[in-house]
Write a protein that binds this ligand. Structure first.
Ligand SMILES: Cc1cc2nc3c(=O)[nH]c(=O)nc-3n(C[C@H](O)[C@H](O)[C@H](O)COP(=O)(O)O)c2cc1C
Length: 236
């Protein structure tokens, strides 16, 4: 393959990946999932520690997980105090938001809600959309990434790189994904259902499957800050 073709294929695959939030129920071949994970495991990791573990959850286990976490989330909606029982093991987001991050976050949230015709104050509709996370957006496959909890913060960097590889390798095969930190609140249920040993920590979930081409939510394409705004060429 010539260089121009390689560049075009890589750039196209990276650029066309986006978070998909509505999937078809078409199953994904286990061999395809293995192939994706095999290539994704070429990700770099500090001193080649390869700290990732991946649980591929399908079939009745997937349904059990969806059922149990949806139930827990429903109970929280009815009694918000219960959220105390479902805390993340690490903070993905800051306690106190600030600009420009809060602005981008709001733009993202309202952009998605706008597309789904959810207006400010429509709490029930928002809750229903939030709940879609715990239905894996109907994807037939849930991937759950864990690390040993005694490893350092760097292992979460390693696993993030591996996750990006998974998303790109999936995209190249006509599959789509949505990384989902939302599951982290429910790590106790997730780890129980997937049968992970006590020393493992859930880092992230991910929906994997074939995108529903008809669903409006999948037309949501997020903006990016121009390179000039986030890059500093340091010279002399
Ligand atoms: C680590 C991580 C966790 C995320 N968790 C969620 C999630 O729980 N639910 C969700 O709908 N999207 C989630 N997202 C998707 C982001 O909202 C999305 O990546 C961002 O808005 C940019 O859009 P794009 O992925 O379509 O390019 C997550 C993304 C990352 C990187």
């Amino acid at each position: 393959m010539d260089q121009a073709t390689i560049i075009a294929a890589v750039d196209q695959t990276i650029s066309s990946r986006h978070s998909v939030r509505a999937f078809l129920d078409t199953p994904v071949e286990p061999e395809t999932i293995k192939e994706i994970l095999r290539v994704a495991s070429r990700a770099p990791s500090g001193t080649n520690t390869q700290p990732w573990k991946v649980y591929v959850v399908t079939g009745t286990k997937r349904d059990e997980l969806v059922q149990r976490v949806c139930q827990a989330q429903m109970e929280i909606y009815q009694n918000p105090a219960l959220a105390e029982q479902y805390k993340e093991t690490f903070s993905y987001y800051p306690q106190q938001w600030f600009s420009p991050y809060i602005d981008r976050r709001r733009e993202n949230g309202w952009g998605l809600y706008g597309l789904l015709n959810i207006q400010k104050g429509e709490k029930e509709k928002m809750a229903r959309q939030q709940m879609r996370n715990f239905q894996l957006f109907d994807a037939p496959v849930g991937l759950f990434f864990t690390v040993h909890k005694d490893l350092g913060i760097g292992s979460k960097m390693d696993i993030s790189m591996m996750m990006q590889n998974v998303m790109i390798a999936a995209k190249a095969r006509g599959l789509d994904t949505c990384p989902q930190a939302a599951w982290n609140h429910f790590h106790s249920i997730v780890l129980d259902v997937i049968g992970a040993p006590a020393e493992e920590e859930l880092v992230c979930g991910m929906a994997l499957g074939y995108a529903d081409p008809e669903h409006i939510v999948n037309t949501f394409i997020t903006p990016r800050v121009p390179v000039e705004e986030f890059t500093i060429f340091v010279d002399e």
